[in-house]
Design a protein around this ligand. Structure first.
Ligand code: PEP
Ligand code: MG
Length: 324
């Protein structure tokens, strides 16, 4: 499949009306790294660090993590890599950490909630990331932030770790960018100050959609009822785009929908200009982006909403059919 798109691999994704969309890849294991070159990705928009913790039977040491993260940055040859700190809990239970007995794990003690309550592991990971970067630029993203205060507290841990590294005489990252995933609806309504302070945001569409529609992402039966192109969900995304534009906060989208061509062009049309997806999706998404007019799509989406359609998909499909 990669072969089919090799002719456009090194071309930027520029739409018919001249808008550029950045296409990045999601990764998590060493085996994903060769895709950085073969897919034409402009960087890693989401590196899921918990995968390396999940494939082991004991907690990795800091020194082992330094080696792993160094290899990731080396493979990037200077391309931006967004390291997401541990997103454990819920469906991602570490074999060496006793699972907590919770009635609703997806709504439970997970990701940054664990990181802030038991900061030892988070500090160890932050240190490993900083040492792996050495003097290079470093980008860190916190998962599952539901309110401003959680971001602030996590950011304070980063500052403390930087200070400790400086004292120990380790080289500090040349530039340090710290951002958050927007995957709970509450964060879309955080105070403006949050948008001003956060370095960047990445929409985790898988979780955002699950919590917006109250439909378990693992449960096919309920998940399939709710279309990503549902007008209400797109309104939420548009609201996030507007807020980020006001504060000039860089915004991307890294859920599975970023890798689905029809969803991807709709997200681009409503203002998301950076999409992170599995490497094999970059070709198909770019191929469609090259053929569409985002302005036209934007109007189609607005008209569908005006008519009271539940989802913009039928109208968008009709437009795409007319493209031939
Ligand atoms: C998401 O929630 O959309 C996301 C990218 O993170 P994960 O799928 O790892 O929860
Ligand atoms: Mg998520």
């Amino acid at each position: 499949a990669q072969e089919r798109y090799s002719s456009i691999r090194d071309r930027p994704a520029i739409t018919k009306d001249g808008k550029t969309v950045n296409l990045l890849m999601n990764a998590g294991l060493m085996a994903d790294l060769p895709s950085l070159d073969s897919s034409g990705a402009e960087g890693v928009g989401l590196f899921r660090t918990e995968l390396q913790f999940l494939v082991r039977n004991k907690m990795p040491k800091r020194s082992e993590l330094v080696v792993l993260y160094k290899r990731v940055l080396d493979a990037g040859h200077g391309k931006r890599v967004v390291f997401r700190t541990l997103d454990i809990g819920s469906d991602k239970v570490l074999p060496y950490m006793k699972p907590t007995d919770e009635p609703n794990p997806a709504l439970g003690w997970r990701a940054i909630r664990v990181g802030l309550d038991k900061p030892g592991m988070m500090r160890m990971q932050l240190q490993a990331l900083m040492r792996a970067a050495g003097g290079r630029p470093l980008t860190i993203m916190f998962p599952f932030v539901a309110q401003f205060e959680e971001y602030r507290a996590a950011r304070a841990e980063v500052e403390k770790t930087l200070e400790r590294e400086r004292r120990l005489g380790h080289p500090l990252p040349e530039v340090l960018d710290v951002g958050a995933m927007l995957e709970t609806p509450s964060l879309a309504f955080a105070p403006q100050k949050f948008f001003d302070e956060v370095g960047f945001l990445s929409i985790g569409g898988n979780d955002l959609k699950q919590f917006f529609f109250a439909a378990d992402r693992e449960n096919e039966r309920v998940r399939k009822r709710y279309d990503t192109l549902n007008v209400s969900f797109l309104s939420l995304i548009e609201r996030i785009v507007e807020r980020c534009e006001t504060s000039k906060t860089p915004l991307s989208f890294c859920g599975e929908d970023a890798g689905r061509p029809i969803e991807a062009v709709c997200l681009a049309a409503i203002g998301i200009r950076s999409l992170s997806m599995r490497p094999a999706s970059i070709g198909p998404v770019k191929s469609l982006l090259l053929r569409v007019d985002l302005d036209a799509l934007r109007k189609i989406i607005a008209d569908a909403r005006h008519r009271g359609d539940q989802s913009v998909r039928p109208a968008v499909m009709a437009y795409l059919r007319d493209l031939g």
